[in-house]
Design a protein around this ligand. Structure first.
Ligand code: SF4
Length: 216
């Protein structure tokens, strides 16, 4: 498949007050910018997995069953845009609105294969970060953020990786850096965390509203 070409990244100016202008992006530009952040993160995760040897258990997906996963609207904008382009956004929105499930709506617990995410290429930032990233603790040291299954079933590799990360000897994606990258794309859509299905619903609503009201 031919790689998708980067859209013309030219920004348009939006007037926000007398003589004040703000550089703003179209929705499509935001989607592409988020996808670029995801590509960069996926590459950084691949390098981390290579040196640490940590990996997800085949077909696991247990972390997606957590009922308290939170996400921002912006990280699901590419998914919502993909739904819109494929004529599925309105159906998805109705299904999410009618459901009071806490578990991610994109998850299919009966799915066979590598994982249970039905939209793996369009999963959110938290879905990519969890398991293979680090946060900075109050003492400024990096701590791996991963799941109990990796911690217990790959205990030796996990311990070694944790020590290397803490000693700054092993490169690892930093959660904070990636949230900052999203903030730089759209602060409004990136600064509030919602339960994951609410974030997905708001992302779909944002895309539908954009296409309903845009002038051209
Ligand atoms: S989007 Fe996919 S990876 Fe993320 S929580 Fe939902 S099912 Fe899991």
């Amino acid at each position: 498949m031919k790689p998708r070409q980067r859209q013309d990244p030219s920004l348009f100016l939006r007037q926000i007050g007398p003589d004040q202008y703000l550089y703003s992006m179209t929705l499509e530009q935001k989607v592409l910018a988020v996808e670029e952040v995801f590509v960069e993160l996926d590459q950084e995760i691949a390098r981390f997995q290579e040196w640490s040897s940590l990996h997800c258990k085949w077909g696991c997906g247990k972390c997606c069953f957590k009922a308290d996963i939170e996400a921002t609207v912006l990280e699901f904008l590419p998914f919502a845009h993909y739904l819109y382009i494929n004529g599925q956004a309105s159906d998805w929105l109705e299904r999410i609105k009618q459901s009071d499930a806490f578990i991610c709506h994109i998850l299919n617990p009966t799915r066979d294969g590598a994982g249970l995410c039905t939209e793996y290429p369009h999963r959110g930032l938290i879905c990519r970060l969890f398991g293979f990233s680090a946060r900075t603790n109050k003492y400024g040291a990096k701590e791996l953020v991963t799941c109990e299954i990796i911690k217990t079933e790959q205990a030796k590799a996990y311990e070694q990786a944790s020590q290397q990360v803490a000693k700054q000897e092993g490169a690892v994606p930093l959660m904070h850096n990636y949230y900052l990258k999203l903030h730089a794309i759209d602060h409004e859509l990136a600064h509030t965390f919602y339960p994951i299905n609410q974030a997905i619903r708001r992302a779909i609503e944002t895309v539908l509203a954009w296409y309903a009201y845009r002038i051209n």
